[in-house]
Design a protein around this ligand. Sequence first.
Ligand code: G
Ligand code: MN
Length: 313
Amino acid sequence: MEHMTLEREARVFPALADDSLGARALLAHGAAYPGLGMSAASARRRPLPPTERLRNAIEREELSVHYQPQYETRGGRHCGVEALARWFPPDCESIAPTVFVQAAEKNGLIDALGAWVLRKACATVATWNRNIEQLPILCVNVSPRQISPAFCTVLASTLERTGFPAERLELEITEGILIEKPDLALECISQWKRLGVRIALDDFGTGYSSLSYLSRLPVDRIKIDKTLVHRMSNDLKTAAIVRTVISLGADLGVDVLAEGVESEAQLTMLNGMGCRQVQGFLLALPARADEAKSMLASRWGRRISLVGSTHAS
Ligand code: G
Ligand code: MN
């Protein structure tokens, strides 16, 4: 299954081998599995340079933004929605976001991609309710490579052009940026805050998880990484870490959301630990805008159909 995906990706990015380690790795994988490398026909086809290909994909709307709702563990009301870029080329199956985001980072297209996702998501979600109070918190991932004064300009103009309320927009960053360029990151994040947006620390628990970031940065939400959520049922130490992060968030006055919730057992455990916000396949898969919008209208998302209506009140 994974090998099939790699082959598709090698076909879509055949020319990435010029300057991208990601593509070289993909092609190497294709070559490592006999019969799964590029076909003679696709090798003969002269592909567009990768930069053009991704730029065209954005322009032709082959890329789209999907939305994954987030829910409160008490009452089941939604507490946000995460915008996730997806690529569905017409000539093959979808390409994993990890692949094209990494390729964009290496080919200098991440600024264009990131700006496009931000504009698209703000413009779309802005129409979901006339009443600003009822708009979900919209979470948009920001790659460490996007952190620059130019992104601040894009952010300001997006808020102005789409009319999306800054206080309902949450930018998700990972610790990578704070380690790579701490001064620039602090400067940019302070500018975002001045525009009124919220900040989330994404994938928390996978990197250095330095507690000093939490005191130095104006963080509004911590997102516990899905690998911790998946491990905690079978590993007491992981469960202790998750519990500690949840109580740390409470002490700091920062929201804590657990990502990757896939089972009732995980949800029950998180609820018992005092976690108030969850996101994951149990509750809602990432979905097209219209589906996500209607999911937000019902409490508990998918879970209502899994366990009946007892949680709906
Ligand atoms: O790094 P970040 O947290 O932004 O990753 C979000 C990714 O996680 C998305 O691609 C989304 O599809 C995926 N995802 C969302 N919910 C779940 C889940 O319950 N389980 C797993 N394995 N992945 C999930
Ligand atoms: Mn995220």
